[in-house]
Design a binder for this molecule. Structure first.
Ligand code: GDD
Ligand code: MN
Length: 416
């Protein structure tokens, strides 16, 4: 680890000392900040710092790790690194998950003129950063993307499935990005801070695809450049990309196409609700036709079967960042039934009232569904899926941490 940068004030800034002496202020404004989101990357962070230090020699830089309270104790390892080199910083988020929001908050936590985002798992080639910075400055661009699909770039040994997924994502991304980037799925890019501040209030912030979010949020055409790089294989730790990432991406696109009107979690909740509707009707049909159950009891059973299905799907998809397990799963299911029961009744009563006031049956039906969705969403996010709290990880001693973490539910007073 090198020593702190202590050269003479480059900007020649002078300030008035209280006793009347003129004293130079040490101004060491940072050129480049690299934001590194981490979730369970304790085995990679030390190496990524070493490599970045080598790649960024000669520049004034800082690294901002944004860790979402990784169960493997990544934050403690980063804190250990930061104690040895103050250019390494840590933003430790508790009760939060999400790659895109981690990147955004990391970028907001620095005052460097240029901000890069890079994975912390050694898959992104840090040696292209100086070339990216040079391009951004010389061509006066807003954004430079390290791309796997341009000259000098490659997907590396990406599985065919991932290559295909990436190209489908790219096609969808073009619809909202309004610019023809060769790799809008990239999680490796560099931005002018002023440009970032222009778009930051419009960002959706959900999911994995922060670059698409940024491009789709720009109020004007983005001046961008590209630099090719070869995507490396992951040697340690696991990828966090999964089916949910894909669903979140689709929602990002839909959200952007609709001008950002629908919050991501509510959109996911509604999608899950739509599958519940299918379950409800299937159940109702089977009970009435196969088992000759009367409509009213059949309707009640179908409602609770659909609710149960919704509970498990929401636990897997909508609230995967705080999904319940073990005993808490059981308690959560009961609280979901309780939270959603008034919603189901409200649905029926409201729809019937509208129908009686002369509205068409389908309008009455839709209004009932909207009412109960908003109710169910609000109640279940308050009572069923509260943010879990973790006990703090044991501090790192020279990068070694004891991994003794456990989760426990937040008390009733801690609702947000
Ligand atoms: N703070 C935080 N919170 N970090 C996260 C989270 C999260 O919820 N999920 C993932 N990360 C971190 C990982 O620790 C890693 O440093 C980085 O984000 C990328 O996650 P991976 O799980 O390694 O993703 P990937 O390799 O499958 O995909 C990446 O590379 C693609 C190609 O460049 C991502 O960057 C994609 O966005 C990118 O398209
Ligand atoms: Mn990765």
């Amino acid at each position: 680890m090198t020593l702190l940068h202590t050269s003479s004030p480059p900007d020649g800034v002078v300030a008035h000392h209280p006793q009347g002496f003129e004293q130079p202020v040490r101004s060491e404004s940072i050129d480049l900040a690299v934001v590194l989101p981490t979730y369970n990357e304790r085995e990679n962070v030390a190496e990524v710092v070493t490599r970045l230090e080598r790649a960024l020699a000669g520049l004034r830089w800082e690294l901002v790790f944004v860790d979402d309270d990784s169960p493997d104790g990544t934050s403690a390892v980063v804190r250990g690194l930061a104690r040895r080199d103050s250019r390494v910083r840590l933003l430790h988020r508790i009760g939060r998950r999400g790659l895109a929001s981690a990147c955004i908050e990391g970028m907001l936590a620095t005052s460097a003129s240029y901000v890069a985002v890079m994975d912390a798992d050694l898959q992104h080639d840090e040696t292209v950063l100086p070339a990216m910075l040079k391009k951004l400055r010389e061509d006066k661009l807003d954004l430079v993307v390290a791309t796997r699909n341009a000259e000098g770039g490659s997907m590396g040994q990406f599985e065919r499935k991932r290559v295909l997924l990436s190209s489908v994502g790219k096609k969808i991304g073009h619809a909202v990005c309004r610019c023809r980037l060769s790799d809008p799925m990239s999680g490796f890019f560099l931005m002018d801070r002023n440009f970032f501040l222009q778009v930051v209030h419009r960002l959706q912030g959900g999911g994995f695809k922060i670059l698409v979010d940024i491009l789709a949020s720009s109020p004007r055409p983005v001046r961008f450049g590209e630099v090719g790089y070869r995507f490396r294989n992951r040697e340690r730790g696991d990828s966090k990309l999964d089916l949910n990432t894909g669903i979140e991406y689709l929602f990002l696109v839909v959200n952007k196409l609709m001008g950002g009107a629908v919050p991501l979690r509510f959109a996911l909740f509604s999608l899950v609700g739509a599958t519940g509707l299918a379950t409800h009707f299937a159940c109702l049909a089977v009970l009435m036709t196969q088992f000759h159950v009367a409509f009213f009891p059949a309707q009640i059973v179908a409602t609770y079967v659909a609710m149960t299905e919704n509970f498990f799907l929401n636990n897997l998809v909508t609230y995967r960042d705080r999904s319940l397990r073990g005993m808490r799963l059981l308690v959560g299911m009961v609280s979901f039934w309780l939270a959603c029961s008034p919603g189901a009744w409200a649905n029926v009563i409201f729809a019937r009232a509208l129908l009686q006031s002369g509205y068409a049956w389908y309008l009455a039906g839709i209004a009932g569904i909207v009412l109960s969705s908003v109710w169910n969403y609000s109640m279940s996010s308050l009572f069923t899926w509260q943010m879990p709290r973790r006990r703090p990880a044991t501090e790192a001693v020279d990068g070694v941490v004891a991994n003794r973490l456990s989760s426990f539910p937040r008390g009733m007073a801690g609702y947000r």
